[in-house]
Design a protein. Structure first.
Ligand code: C2E
Ligand code: MG
Ligand code: MG
Length: 695
């Protein structure tokens, strides 16, 4: 058996002939060649057989009584299952007319009966192989069509000579053409292409014609039904044997969905998901353009940073969902109150930025900012809440304040920071000294991070003197920073930075540990009852695990908590009465004392004061300062002493500088005094000498 037939698994041949001898001969021949054979002795019998078997080929005599081969062939072809089956007709000496009629009736081929029978099996093999190939081409084509439909892919072909432009069925469907609707011209095709993309398509085709350049382009079209689509086209030149370009073959692929997805991704990468404003990345990008055009047009460009005042509180108290709504509402106000072409962005959290172009005068700019401030300072109505969220705005001008982008951004930030420092709900223009301050602050922050490790921090001690005995009963630990360039810095210069950066936590623990060690030394030197006052900032005081950390340090250093007094400022104690009460109770449970520092400088509520289980009050220095000079201050100091004693608290007067003050406070039964009159804060060694002298 030859190779072509091997893969056809034992084909079944139906032999239709009215002559028994012929049937016997054919069966013998075919079976010897490896075919299976079924027989029918008439056309009717053949149709009957086809209901029970599924042959691979039919071999049919043309001349049969009643229903001849031609009529049978026709009848077979009418059945859908047999439209493709190869039918070979056996002709005698019947002439060409029969053959033609047989083909018309659907015959696949003919064999002359008078031929050698060996020929028959060869022709059968050939017909079967042909059929198989046709079958596989057909199924490939169906798969290809399916694939094209799924990939939204079609083809076009342009004949270079005639300029005829043809579209495949799939391409026509893709473009919305009904059958016979497309007139076969490039012009018609181009009329669907977006006006701004037509040149691109035309010149790609031109280059293909004249330079045989293959191309690949994307363009927009409006299809026949009016849908906007994105098309991707690849085109290549088909040449004849003499390498002459004869046509261009191209694809038409609908990539609308892909483009949509792409633009969604692009959008996500450049815009803020919540507010749909530009994000930081896009803002910085657009700022470059804005700066370039300001320079070209010799106009001013204003860069503004906007930070909401108290946003964190709103977010914490009312929840993130409301916080988000607020940000959206702010974004809307910003967008609605700038001019078209101005850039509004959300940089992060509650920080926004604007770049306002083509500013002619500062007046004009102030008008825009005024409008925005006006909108932002009105309450936002969000889910039944009326939320106030004013903003601090920093403004800098290009090219007046600086000519580079990083500097502009730094300036806007410094100006915004200034607006915040001044209490918020206002705008500040950038000034050059702001820059210096910011610069210095950043430097300081950088150095402070390393101050602990580089042992640049010091503790100074200031004595607290008992009025009645005149003895030193306590010392207050006061932090200093021995800065390598700026010398000895007092806390006002750096404590706020430590607070903002969180460095206050490690620094605070260092203060405690160092002071406890020092105290242990003094206790062991005989100053057995000496008390230590340590200052706690707001963040430290409210940190829940501070008492526990303190206990551990005290345990490990064998420092008795009864000698510790922590000082918290009046504003910290009063601003968050729940948190403060909890913290005070924790320190009390530890065995330490708690004192309210700088009393009188803030606003105390009697109610709150009564609730806090503190031990003492420190009268703020400002009331002591002019005791002798101003009657009112003397009266205030007197009232505070009376009030504290009424609540059973000890009173310490701070900043006592003169003998007059000492006398006055003594008369008012103030308990303890602290101030330069006795000693300024001094290093530990000096304090040791002082203790020895005065004890
Ligand atoms: P404070 O706790 O009210 O400390 C008293 C301040 O008054 C000290 O300023 C002290 O040097 C100053 N002072 C004392 N007697 C006199 C006087 O007779 N005349 C004048 N004019 N001033 C006097 P200092 O050391 O600059 O500390 C300022 C503030 O920094 C402290 O106020 C305290 O709130 C804070 N602080 C100091 N050390 C620390 C610390 O270790 N941690 C924290 N969180 N804050 C600290
Ligand atoms: Mg203090
Ligand atoms: Mg104080």
């Amino acid at each position: 058996m030859n190779g072509a037939v091997v893969d056809i698994q034992t084909p079944l041949i139906l032999v239709v002939d009215d002559e028994q001898d012929t049937r016997i001969l054919l069966r013998k021949e075919l079976e010897s060649c490896g075919f299976l054979v079924e027989e029918a002795n008439s056309g009717i019998a053949a149709l009957e057989r086809l209901r029970g078997i599924q042959p691979d080929l039919i071999l049919m005599d043309v001349m049969m009584p009643k229903m001849d081969g031609i009529a049978t062939c026709q009848a077979i072809r009418e059945q859908p299952a047999y439209q493709d089956i190869p039918i070979l007709v056996l002709t005698g000496m019947d002439g060409i007319d029969y053959i033609r009629r047989a083909f018309d009736a659907g015959a696949t081929d003919f064999i002359n009966k008078t031929n050698n029978l060996g020929i028959v099996s060869q022709r059968i093999r050939y017909a079967l192989r042909n059929h198989k190939q046709k079958d596989s081409i057909f199924s490939n084509r169906s798969q290809l069509e399916l694939a094209q439909r799924v990939a939204k892919l079609g083809y076009w072909k342009m004949d270079i000579q005639s300029l005829r432009f043809t579209l495949s069925d799939q391409a026509r469907a893709l473009l919305g053409y009904g059958p016979n609707q497309f007139d076969g011209t490039l012009k018609s095709y181009l009329s669907l292409v977006h006006i701004n993309d037509q040149e691109k398509v035309r010149s790609a085709i031109d280059c293909a014609i004249w330079q045989a350049d293959p191309f690949e382009i994307d363009y927009r079209i409006l299809d026949v039904r009016g849908n906007k689509r994105y098309i991707h086209t690849r085109g290549d030149v088909i040449a004849d044997v003499s390498s002459r370009a004869v046509s261009i073959l191209g694809t038409v692929q609908d990539i609308t969905e892909l483009k949509k997805a792409e633009s969604t991704f692009e959008h996500m990468a450049l815009y803020d998901g919540l507010t749909d404003l530009c994000n930081r990345h896009l803002f910085l990008n657009r700022l470059d353009h804005a700066m370039a055009s300001a320079q070209r047009e010799e106009k001013l460009l204003a860069v503004c940073f906007i930070d909401l005042d108290g946003f964190k509180k709103i977010n914490d108290n009312l929840g993130h969902a409301i916080g988000d709504e607020l940000l959206k509402s702010v974004a809307k106000h910003l967008k609605n109150n700038v001019r078209k072409g101005d850039i509004v962005a959300r940089l992060s959290g509650d920080e926004f930025a604007m770049a306002l172009e083509s500013i002619n005068t500062v007046d004009e700019l102030e008008k825009i900012i005024g409008k925005i401030r006006d909108k932002l300072s009105r309450p936002h109505r969000i889910r039944g809440h009326e939320i106030l969220s004013p903003a601090s705005i920093g403004v800098t001008m290009y090219p007046l304040d600086s000519s580079t982008k990083p500097d502009l951004l730094k300036n806007a930030d410094a100006a915004m920071y200034r607006a915040k420092q001044l209490g918020g709900d206002q705008y500040c223009f950038y000034t050059h000294d702001m820059r210096d301050r910011t610069q210095r602050r950043l430097e300081l922050e950088h150095h402070l991070r390393h101050a602990l490790a580089k042992s640049e921090l010091r503790i100074y001690y200031q004595p607290q003197v008992d009025v009645k005995s005149g003895k030193i009963v306590g010392v207050e630990a006061l932090l200093r920073w021995q800065h390598p360039d700026y010398g000895l810095l007092p806390p006002v210069k750096f404590i706020h930075i430590a607070e903002e950066t969180g460095l206050i936590f490690p620094i605070g623990l260092w203060v405690m540990e160092t002071a406890f060690r020092q105290m242990r030394q003094w206790h062991s030197q005989g100053f057995k009852q000496l008390r230590l006052a340590v200052n706690l900032s707001a963040r430290q005081f409210l940190q829940r695990d501070l008492p526990l950390s303190l206990r551990k340090i005290m345990d490990s250093l064998h420092f008795d908590p009864q000698f510790l007094s922590v000082e918290i400022t009046e504003s910290v104690a009063m601003n968050n009465i729940e948190g403060a009460t909890r913290a005070v109770e924790q320190f009390k449970a530890l065995g330490a004392q708690v004192s309210i520092d700088d009393f009188g400088a803030g606003h105390s509520s009697m109610n709150h004061l009564q609730r806090l289980p503190v031990d003492s009050l420190n009268i703020d220095r400002s009331f002591i300062m002019n005791i002798a000079g101003r009657e009112k201050d003397g009266a205030t100091a007197k009232a505070i002493i009376g009030l504290a004693h009424g609540l059973g608290l000890r009173v310490i007067a701070e900043g006592v500088e003169t003998l007059t003050q000492v006398e006055f406070l003594k008369n008012q039964q103030c308990d303890e005094l602290q101030g330069h009159h006795f000693s300024p804060p001094v290093p530990a060694e000096q304090m040791t000498q002082f203790l020895a002298t005065y004890q």
